[in-house]
Design a protein around this ligand. Structure first.
Ligand code: OSB
Ligand code: MG
Length: 369
């Protein structure tokens, strides 16, 4: 294939409710959407960086600069598909979310050209994928418990709550008092250090499925020390940047489960390598989320259709995030707590031009030369 043009849209979309974690609060989704065209067909990719460098170093504006200045120029001329793009972009260090956005657009484009769904192209075997929901920090334990009741009534198969020092043991205890059996996990987004290990070990009494990223965003060694003390499995999110880091983390004993996020890993190619490594090493696999629009959600659902994904993901239904999404059809939760895997070509969702226009605050076009 040969790229004729790449459109980069910057969007701001209101969210149904603010999402609060130990690193901040988001009520507007500020992100890039990349559309890559070969002159006949086009594909979309979403950049999962948000407005500021708080989850990781990347932000919407850094991703825009890296794409325009360093990534897209490497993709000029004959391109042998997304894997070739991945190889050509490897010389740019880091910036995984920027790389993933364009790589995803090329995967979507490739699958559309072949007339197959991305899930089918990847060898996905599920027709629907089980999902859980990630619930942000709430004003009180009571508010959290109420929110969990609502989500369970909607059909979500497991609940993830965000924790931070001072919003942890008491809150989880309150949840467990009312809902002793519900599949429950906690995500700290790096809010603790090893000095908190007694407090973290006290979480063992609550029978959590896992505790996600308790320690520093770039740490493996301390997580290994903590895992040696905990009965609860540690799941790593922020710390796992590649298949190689996953192998190192597993060798150290730093995790038992990995949260796969395609953007954090630098694209679908690296994510697939990471899933294979995890499967080989006996590490549990599930798909996380970055509050994506329909484009990124479709990508998450496609990878979740692989048989190696054995735990429910964070990829909740569209209605949990947006009143109006940019892509159709929306993802709807089934009665059994699943999302259907799209079967239409590519990502299997269509960006609606009027909606894209409504939320676009900036638009630029890259062409080779
Ligand atoms: O740590 O998994 C996380 C959202 C934004 C940034 C980081 C995280 C999250 C979530 C929400 O937990 C997942 C989702 O619903 O998309
Ligand atoms: Mg996380």
């Amino acid at each position: 294939m040969r790229l004729g043009r790449v459109d980069i849209f910057r969007l701001q979309m209101p969210m149904v409710m603010p999402f609060e974690t130990s690193f901040g609060r988001e009520d507007t989704k500020d992100f890039l959407l990349v559309e890559a065209s070969d002159g006949v067909t086009s594909g979309f990719g979403e950049c999962t960086a948000s407005s500021g460098p708080f989850y990781s170093e990347e932000a919407t504006e850094t991703a825009l600069w890296v794409l325009r200045t360093h990534l897209l120029p490497r993709l000029a001329g004959d391109l042998d598909g997304p894997d070739d793009a991945r190889r050509r972009m490897a010389g740019v260090r880091g910036n995984p979310m920027a790389k993933s956005a364009i790589e995803t657009a090329l995967w979507d484009l490739t699958a559309r050209r072949e007339g197959v769904s991305l899930a089918a192209l990847l060898g996905g075997t599920k027709r629907e994928v089980p999902v859980g929901i990630s619930i942000g920090i709430q004003a009180s334990a009571q508010a959290l418990v109420e929110q969990i009741h609502q989500r369970l009534a909607q059909g979500y198969q497991r609940i993830k709550i965000k924790i931070k020092p001072g919003y942890d043991l008491e809150v989880i205890e309150a949840v467990r008092r009312e809902l002793p059996e519900v599949p429950l996990m906690a995500d700290a987004n790096s809010a603790y250090t090893l000095a908190d290990q007694d407090r973290l070990a006290a979480l063992d009494q609550f029978g959590l499925m896992m505790i996600e990223q308790p320690l520093a965003h770039d740490d493996l060694v301390d997580h290994a020390k903590l895992q040696a003390r905990l009965a609860t499995p540690i799941c790593l999110d922020e710390s796992i940047r590649s298949a190689h880091t996953l192998e190192q983390a597993a060798e150290l004993g730093a995790l038992r489960i990995v949260n796969i996020k395609i953007g954090r890993l630098g694209g679908l190619g690296e994510a697939l390598d990471t899933v294979r490594a995890a499967h080989r090493l006996g590490i549990g696999v599930w798909c996380g989320g970055m509050l994506e629009s329909g484009v990124g959600r479709a990508l998450n659902v496609a990878i979740s259709s692989l048989s190696a994904f054995t735990l429910p993901g964070d990829t909740a239904a569209t209605a949990r995030y947006f009143r109006e999404d940019i892509a159709d059809p929306p993802f709807v939760l089934t009665a059994s707590g699943c999302l259907a895997v799209p079967t239409a070509p590519g990502l299997g969702v269509e960006v609606v031009p009027e909606r894209l226009a409504r939320y676009t605050i900036d638009h630029s076009v890259w062409t080779p030369e």
